[in-house]
Ligand binder design. Sequence first.
Ligand code: GLC
Ligand code: CA
Length: 546
Amino acid sequence: MKKTWWKEAVVYQVYWRSFYDSNGDGIGDLQGVIEKLDYIQELGADVIWLNPFYESPDRDNGYDISDYEKIMSKAGNMEIFERLVDEIHDRGMKVIMDLVVNHTSDQHSWFLESKSSLDNEKRDWYIWKQPKNGGKPNNWRSYFEPSTWTFDERTGEYYFHSFAVEQPDLNWQNEDLRHEIYRMMRSWLDKGIDGFRMDVINLLAKQDGFPDAENPDHISYLADNPGIHEYLQEMNREVLQHYDGMTVGEIPFVTPETGLLYVHEDRNELNTLFHFQVADEMPVMDLPKYKEIQENWYKGLQGKGWNSQFLNNHDHTRQVTRYGNDGKYRTESAKLLATMLHTLPGMPYVYQGEELGMTGVRFDSIEDYNDIAMKNKYKEEVEKGGDPKEVFEGLLLLSRDNSRTPMHWNDSKNAGFSNAEPWININPNYKSINAQQALEDPHSIFYYYKKLISLRKENPVMVYGDYEDLSKDHEKLYVYTRSYENKTWLIMLNHSDHEQVYQMKEELSGSDVILVIGNYKNDADKSILPSSFTLKPHEARVYEID
Ligand code: GLC
Ligand code: CA
């Protein structure tokens, strides 16, 4: 496939409100990001993805935007933002912003106008429907609410929201709206940013006629509807193709077949995507399933489109807790998952704190949580008669706050994140898991990530190599090769708390190999592959076959 800078990149995701608080109000901010850029540079990341910091009432942590061209005062201001972009570029890195254009805040002036009367100019910028048989227009549920519809008394119609009541969906059928969005995108790109992470971008087109769903709880009807590719191709023509940026679409409910349509290199839509087959279909590690998902995406995209690799972000519980072992083998397991994400085909993303092996969190009561998805679900279930304690317990593993607690910089008060009480509680384990300690320990998870990232720079096999799974029937071991030009890498991963033995493929057994990276102390860098290979708990090894 054609080589491009972004295919070779590693992205570091900064959830700025939990990264570093520069002015002592308990909330991270853009100036705080500037102050910690050397840290990100030390890790070696190429691109920084910043979660949304546009003006917002912050009901959904910035994903409810009230002005696309202003900056939330908690985050900073335009001058600081511009300085941040310069400082990132000065360090040889790039920066992408979150683009949230499926919906706005209900406080956006467009929505305030739209709801002011039936014949307002902006009425059609949102989705309004008349009541059906005196009730809601259909039976759909939204991500965060029991219904996608909220009634507006003044005009006697319902508006549509895929997320919270406070996040009305824009009507992409309206051409003026689309062109206003394209203008806004150009204005940010003209300020020098290097692209976008596009929030739920395959939700823009809605199902024609909004028919009732057979199973309203299965909300895939919100995504991937006819018309979406026309919008994205138009966006590409109007905006994206004029810049050498990168775009990654957040694309729920797609398979390799439908996902390819978004990222096929000949289709001029997006560069790469986040699909949710792992996050949505695999609540805990299920290695055979994970391998199958990797295989299908590899085959589906190979030679045509580019994948992305992640196991956590600001919406998903930290990976070492969800898919590894965050107790006895936390360090090994964090390094193992990193080895996997950085050696599978596709761009790796590192979510802040992942490089420290930060873990999920468990607060005592629902009041300690902030996540609107969790809080709304709690309310809904309790109102339906659920036992509050049971409902609460049931929501803990996947609460988005697991990954939103502040970054651990050191073992001082508030983990060195802020002088003030932070906006959300800190994970109490910061005394033993923090950046200062990691930077002082050459065997830390941090330096393991740094090595993986630097290997990518010297070894195109990690980026462009063909992939072959050599462990299809194994429950706990994941063994695969990547091959490019004259180089073959063998990756061996033990996803379990016990030793596992791998029967080496005939053609590999006896080969001379060089150890590229591994997460246990190894005696020899050069060795010969034995016919049966024992891997320690959560062991990861990458060999180059000589
Ligand atoms: C995306 C974001 C998530 C947000 C939602 C609505 O999934 O990652 O944080 O709540 O979209 O914008
Ligand atoms: Ca602050």
